[in-house]
Design a protein around this ligand. Structure first.
Ligand code: CMP
Length: 244
């Protein structure tokens, strides 16, 4: 169930948006002046969704771009048997849905909320005219799409050429880079991820991830507490990531 918290004809109240926070992690908003940012916000509608809600479904028509205001979503592909491959995890400030918006094709992946989320949603009808007079914003979006293609190339390359332990170590180090918080107990990855989801990120079954996780837990390299991963020995993981 999606909840629209405003009438699309009513402007979004500025107090509902933390523009400074959005700018910190958003290719779109860092490229915009304050005036342009508010103009864009006023062209959008606000939506919220509970955890585990599919916001976009692969193969379905779509002509809107979503900007994450709060929460995280996972971008994934599902096999006919229901197996999941996670392509990416996106958080506040990041955008999705731009592919169908630009090429008019059905959604290329399924996007599901990992926790309760709030979004700004822009339709093609309003977003394309907005972009037309702002070439620099267009370039930022193209750069972001290039970064995602590079990350996907890495993922495919890793799946094809690396063994499981090197792949898992790389994924964990990536998560450390994106979500890691250094604490006296170790580096806490600030993202609740089940071992099954970790498997879907690495491209293997939960059982295979479990086996590898157990080995590293016994060796004291990582710990798992209530779905949170704590990295205790990042040097060891780094060495593992380089071994293929
Ligand atoms: P769209 O195809 O409209 O809907 C699904 C969205 O998922 C897509 O736009 C992108 O925003 C996002 N997406 C698809 N593939 C990837 C990927 N490999 N990495 C990151 N995001 C992706």
């Amino acid at each position: 169930m999606l909840f629209r918290s405003n009438d699309p004809k009513q402007p979004i109240e500025p107090k509902l948006i933390d523009l400074a926070a959005l700018r910190q992690n958003s290719v779109l908003f860092t490229a915009l002046s304050d005036d342009d940012a508010w103009e864009l916000i006023h062209l959008a509608r606000l939506e919220s969704a509970p955890a585990k809600h599919a916001v976009c479904l692969v193969g379905q028509a779509g002509d809107s771009l979503h900007i994450v205001l709060e929460g995280r979503v996972k971008v994934s592909l599902l096999s006919e048997e229901g197996k999941e491959a996670i392509l990416s995890i996106l958080g506040a400030g990041e955008v999705f849905g731009e592919m169908s918006l630009f090429d008019g094709e059905p959604r290329s992946a399924t996007v599901t909320t990992m926790e309760r989320c709030r979004f700004l949603v822009l339709s093609r009808k309003v977003f394309l005219p907005f972009l037309q007079s702002r070439m620099h914003v267009m370039l930022e979006l193209i750069a972001e799409m290039s970064r995602r293609l590079r990350a996907t190339n890495d993922l495919v390359g890793n799946l094809s050429f690396l063994n499981l332990s090197a792949r898992l170590a790389r994924i964990l180090l990536n998560l450390v880079q994106q979500y890691g918080k250094v604490t006296p107990e170790g580096i806490i990855i600030g993202l609740k991820l089940s071992q099954e989801e970790l498997g879907h990120l690495v491209g293997v079954s939960r059982e295979s991830v479990n086996r590898q996780v157990r080995v590293w837990m016994d060796a004291g390299w990582i710990a798992f507490e209530h779905g949170t991963i704590i990295v205790l020995n990042s040097d060891a993981l780094f060495r593992e990531a380089l071994a293929s």
